[in-house]
Design a protein. Structure first.
Length: 245
């Protein structure tokens, strides 16, 4: 089997995660921002939009195994897998390469989503609420409860992804997409279901840096929750994947 170079892994994850975040942030912007054709409360559209964004991102990053998410990388590492993808050994260097590609891709995808909706982000009607299209935040602020929600939701994501390998058929990207839809529809209400540290951090950095009128702060006080929660959930899922039931 040919070895996949780390630059190839990095580029693949940038492209795949960039597509994921472009379409994911884009569907939230379409629903949340004023004067778009999709404007209006529609959580189900957001859930399906994120699921389909994962579907697209997986194909975009097929070369690297399409992690798109540091939690997936961590879950595979803890599970004891031999490779992150065919031809990509699990090493410190490859792990950091995945993390870097996922974060850079998330930032680039968020910037592209902003570019597509730039006029809508600058509308006075949405001043101070734009962050919600980029990153997650709690419906009810409660640090412990918000952290627990992210741990549970990420555990479901990573554990089921790891168990896909035990199924008799090739489930492919559609199964992962439907899993994300299910998590969003069922567990997304309390925190907006980051379930992906890069998905939240990359767009939050973009929000902080982009010239958006009246955007307000980037809520850095909460930013650690959608990073730490998914990491804990991924570690638990990777460890639990060893348990025979």
């Amino acid at each position: 089997m040919d070895t996949v170079g780390l630059w190839t892994v990095f580029g693949s994850e940038v492209i795949g995660t960039g597509l994921l975040i472009l379409l994911g942030v884009g569907v939230v912007a379409n629903v949340a921002l004023a004067k778009t054709f999709g404007n209006g409360p529609n959580w189900l559209l957001i859930s399906f939009g994120w699921g389909l964004a994962v579907f697209v991102g997986v194909y975009g990053a097929a070369t690297s195994g399409a992690h798109l998410n540091p939690a997936v990388t961590i879950g595979l590492w803890v599970s004891g897998a031999d490779e992150y993808a065919p031809g990509v050994d699990i090493t410190l260097a490859s792990t950091l390469t995945y993390f870097a590609g996922e974060l850079v891709g998330a930032f680039v995808g968020a910037v592209l989503a902003w570019a597509a909706y730039r006029r809508h982000y600058d509308q006075p009607e949405v001043a101070g609420t734009q962050l919600g299209t980029f990153s997650t935040g709690p419906a009810i602020k409660s640090t412990v409860d918000n952290l627990v929600t992210e741990i549970i939701a990420t555990f479901v994501l990573i554990y089921v992804i790891l168990r896909f390998g035990d199924t008799p058929g090739e489930l492919g990207p559609l199964a992962v997409a439907l899993l994300v839809v299910a998590i969003g529809a069922s567990l997304g209400g309390p925190t907006g279901y980051a379930i992906n540290p890069a998905r939240d951090l990359g767009p939050r950095i973009a929000h902080a840096l982009l010239p958006i009128k009246g955007k307000g702060g980037s809520n850095w006080g909460y930013a650690w929750v959608p990073i730490v929660g998914p990491i804990i959930g991924a570690v638990l899922a990777g460890a639990f994947s060893h348990v025979s039931i």
